[in-house]
Design a binder for this molecule. Structure first.
Ligand code: FAD
Length: 421
């Protein structure tokens, strides 16, 4: 008997690494046949794809040191683009509207000047926040459409505490200047994004993973907190003295024996996005023009596209390149089939002149049930009920879906580390 960690994503690996350093006996159980969770990758015919776009941009010295010692990184400037009705606008779009037709620019600038002024306390939801930040016209054409694509819900159903520095709030000088010329200034929340030179994103964890006892193909199906037993889908079980879980809250409540109905209801009312990755490998090195870009058009199902080959050429065979498109939905929505999503994505990306269909060497589509947690209006209330219950059962919850927090990788890493401490 010793400590059991559920899940070998970055938070589970971090908890395992830090506990092992203190001499504790730790076993990690993972349902998949490999480690890394959302930081993991898959390979097809020499093309490596991460699960969705991943860069690291931590400002924590200790965490950066571990990541860098695991794998040297490239620092890519945080320059990305936006596709809107046939126009390419440097990111962030609100500060770089120069390429748009004059009529559209006038409406954006006018909307910005006439935007309502409200205090933070007066703003009731994300739609209002967007209107106050950007003015009605830009809000309706850009971020409100994107919100539906990326979060799967209308902006009016989201709250605003999560926004923080994730979105740039422009001033009039930037909006005006950007309507005449595309600006060199970086408005992004970090000046560069780091990506491992070799081995895909997951290799930032190589050092921590070394020597950890991870048992694969061990899907937890039941947790008995009285007898301190975890049971797996294959019929085996294990006892623990301490239990740390990075499993998503809506999943773990189904596993804990005798979990009260009201706790289960709160967990079921949590929202998250799920998503498809459409991964494409090309026989031509010059396909990707941008490291990543956002797509605002509603009829294009993909919301963001990035290039694994621009992240690192180690991700593709010689003379090739690659793209991966991300397509998200609310977890409670009806999800279109793989065929529909693949067809819409390839057809629309071809119509955007990104590549020709006969340049495709590899195409793949796969689905992740948990991508982002969603900040709907009831998140805090529901999350608290579930976390309080898990704590009462001595289950220590970590990571993005265990804490139900909008964690970047370094924050998920820190949550595993803090739990171990
Ligand atoms: C679209 C997208 C883009 C992102 N981009 C970035 C970025 O650029 N930079 C950044 O820093 N972060 C990014 N992130 C966030 C980052 O991926 C997460 O913060 C981090 O990977 C979460 O790690 P975790 O360990 O908390 O969860 P996970 O990686 O989900 O780990 C949980 C583990 O538990 C396992 N598991 C689940 N159920 C069971 C079960 N029943 N039994 C056993 N095991 C189970 C899973 O298989 C998984 O391995 C992005 C996330 C998404 C979705």
């Amino acid at each position: 008997m010793g400590t059991i960690i559920l899940g070998s994503g970055i938070s589970g690996i971090s908890a395992g690494y830090h506990l092992k350093k203190t001499g504790e006996d730790v076993i990690i159980y993972e349902k998949d046949n490999d480690w890394g969770g959302l930081c993991a990758y898959f390979s097809i015919d020499g093309f490596r794809f991460d699960k969705f776009v991943h860069f690291t941009f931590s400002d924590d010295e200790y965490i950066n040191k571990i990541f860098e010692e695991s794998s040297p990184t490239y620092a890519h400037p945080s320059v990305s683009s936006n596709y809107y009705k046939g126009y390419w606008l440097k990111h962030p779009a609100q500060d770089n509207i120069a390429p748009l037709p004059v009529e559209e620019k006038v409406k954006i600038v006018k909307g910005f000047i006439n935007r309502a002024s409200k205090t933070v306390e007066e703003i009731e939801n994300y739609e209002e926040w967007l209107r106050v930040q950007y003015g009605d016209y830009f809000a309706e054409k850009f971020p409100m459409v994107y919100t539906k694509k990326y979060w799967g819900l209308e902006a009016k159903y989201l709250e605003t505490k999560w926004v923080g520095n994730r979105m740039h709030s422009p001033d009039i000088e930037d909006v005006l200047r950007g309507s005449y010329e595309t600006q060199n200034k970086n408005f992004y929340y970090t000046s560069n994004m780091k990506y491992p030179q070799k081995g895909g994103f997951r290799s930032i964890l190589n050092k921590c993973r070394e020597g950890l006892d991870i048992r694969f193909n061990k899907e937890v199906v039941q947790i008995d907190t009285i007898s301190k037993t975890v049971t797996f889908k294959d019929g085996t079980s294990a006892n623990y003295t301490r239990l740390i879980s990075s499993l998503p809250l809506p999943e773990i409540v189904k596993m804990v024996k005798n979990c009260p109905v009201e706790v289960q209801n709160c967990a079921n009312n949590l929202h998250n996005t799920c998503g498809y990755m459409v991964s494409l490998g090309f026989n031509n090195p010059d396909v990707p023009k941008y490291l990543w870009f956002y797509i605002y058009d509603e009829e294009i199902i993909a919301s963001r596209v990035y290039s694994p080959s621009r992240e690192s050429l180690d991700n593709v065979p010689n003379g090739c390149s690659s793209l991966q498109a991300e397509i998200f939905f609310d977890c409670k929505a009806e999800i279109p089939s793989k065929e529909e999503v693949m067809q819409n994505t390839i057809c629309k990306l071809v119509s955007m002149n990104l590549f020709k269909e006969d340049e495709i060497l590899v195409k793949d589509i796969r689905f992740e049930k948990y991508a982002n947690i969603t900040f709907d209006k009831d998140i805090y209330k529901n999350r608290k009920v579930v976390l309080d219950y898990l704590q009462s059962q001595n289950i220590e919850s970590i990571g993005r879906f265990g804490r139900w927090e909008y964690y970047w990788t370094h924050q998920a890493f820190k949550s595993g580390m803090d739990c171990a401490k």
